[in-house]
Design a protein around this ligand. Structure first.
Ligand SMILES: O=C(O)CCC(=O)C(=O)O
Length: 449
């Protein structure tokens, strides 16, 4: 068998120049140090982030670095969040992730209807319980001759540490919420801590919450891609335990398995030093590398954009559940997609093709007998059963309009692509079951006109 073709990882150095994107961050206003005072813009968005974005020529749906952010600087300089001070404050043992490789890719296990995690070997981690001092010495020696050849990572919600004492020691964290008005979302904002050694990476992924990330000890580097790069990043399917993460190993890209990788544009880069903060809007992809041993804190908070997307994803599948093998249900399913999708500006053939090649083909071979064994029955009976999807269409148009209202500038279509991929998979799953999603969408992609 021919070995997989590999190409070297092509992440640029920070502040990349030869790029179709501008360098990141091109300009930061030096006097923008009062991040998150009580000031809010008229729509409740933190005025200081908007200010930093405007001063950089970014729109409001764009990541921005706030160097020497007031809260971050206070935390970094107090010593309480520096590695030695933090380890002293922790009494209880920590349960950390341990890996032979440097890449940490979190999986949500035990979800009721999920695809098998076929790539376990590549990202195998186990959990180890260590005394804080022991953990600290492991991450400080990580990658050196004294190290034990493993990589260690610890992350948790700060509220879970020492009976909530650490959270109470940093009450200003609540100011790190970009959109005001708790209560309109389904999730309360929370503060998390991330502690790891030099070289560890967190795999490229997006979150549906806004993220304000603060560096309190050491140096961390981020690579960011806008939502429109979803297809090129070959994201795991939504029913997969590693949903939202890229399937690509960026240390050794398999160009044959991930054909869209070559279309990927140069990412934005941001290097955070102690006292710097980074705002990552919901749905922006980010890949993170600890340049040195690091302690970071971040606040995830609800985004109106996620609420708008959730509205689209609550719309049920257009047809009743059925068996893939009976042939007429899948034909009906495809007919419904062809009716509904164009009304929200989506070309069914393109959307199906991209979802299958980008998300499913790298995981499993979808060619050959798998597709042929579904009898195609686009007969009169299908035409007769073809329903009126006006309600579905109206609901989707409204939900997409709500998303448009939240995203300023050119990134709206990228968020919609993510939601459409999710919707196609969710409808396929609820119509045919988790184990048939790949076959259903591959069949639709091959038979759509
Ligand atoms: O700092 C890290 O390693 C990961 C942080 C991250 O993925 C996040 O804040 O979403």
């Amino acid at each position: 068998m021919r070995p997989a073709q590999t190409v070297a990882f092509s992440l640029p150095t920070p502040l990349c120049t030869a790029s179709s994107y501008a360098s990141f961050p091109p300009r930061i206003c030096a006097d923008n140090r009062e991040l998150y005072t009580s000031t809010r813009a008229h729509d409740g968005f933190a005025a200081e982030i908007l200010l930093a974005q405007r001063q950089n020529g970014f729109n409001s749906y764009h990541p921005v670095v706030i160097p020497r952010c007031r809260i971050a600087e206070r935390w970094a300089s107090s010593g309480a969040w520096q590695l030695p001070g933090l380890m002293q404050r922790l009494q209880a043992p920590l349960t950390a992730k341990r890996s032979r490789g440097r890449s940490f890719m979190y999986a949500e296990l035990g979800r009721p209807e999920s695809l098998p995690d076929s790539d376990l070997d590549a990202h195998q981690t186990d959990l180890v319980t260590l005394e804080p001092k022991e953990f600290s010495s492991k991450i400080l020696s990580q990658g050196t001759a004294e190290g034990d050849s493993h990589y260690y990572y610890y992350t948790t919600q700060v509220g879970a540490l020492e009976g909530g004492q650490l959270l109470r020691s940093a009450p200003e964290w609540e100011q790190l919420v970009p959109e005001a008005g708790h209560g309109w979302g389904s999730m309360d904002p929370y503060l998390s801590v991330w502690i790891g050694g030099a070289g560890s990476t967190t795999q490229m992924h997006y979150d549906v919450q806004h993220n304000v990330f603060v560096q309190v000890y050491g140096t961390k580097r981020f690579w960011l891609h806008p939502p429109a790069e979803m297809t090129n990043l070959h994201v795991f399917p939504d029913a997969h335990p590693r949903a939202r993460k890229s399937q690509i190993n960026f240390d050794r890209v398999d160009a044959e398995r991930f054909p869209f990788h070559r279309r990927l544009r140069t990412p934005w880069c941001a290097t955070l030093h102690e006292g710097d903060a980074l705002y990552i809007p919901a749905f922006w992809f980010h890949h993170v590398e600890a340049v040195t041993p690091c302690v970071s804190l971040n606040v995830f908070s609800e985004s109106r954009l996620k609420m708008a997307a959730a509205r689209a994803l609550m719309i049920p599948p257009p047809i009743a559940p059925g068996r893939l093998e009976d042939g007429s249900t899948i034909a009906l399913f495809l007919a419904a997609l062809c009716d509904i999708l164009p009304k929200i500006g989506v070309e069914p053939a393109v959307a199906l093709d991209e979802v299958v090649i980008s998300r499913f083909k790298p995981l499993m071979s979808l060619q050959g007998p798998q597709q042929a064994d579904i009898p195609f029955q686009h007969t009169d009976s299908v035409e007769r059963r073809h329903q009126d999807y006006t309600r579905h269409t109206q609901d989707l148009v409204e939900a997409f309009q709500a998303m448009d209202n939240e995203v300023e500038g050119e990134h709206g279509p990228g968020v919609k692509d993510i939601v459409v991929a999710h919707l196609l998979e969710m409808w396929a799953l609820r119509t045919f079951g988790a184990h048939e999603v790949a076959r259903c969408l591959a069949w639709c992609s091959s038979n759509v006109k």
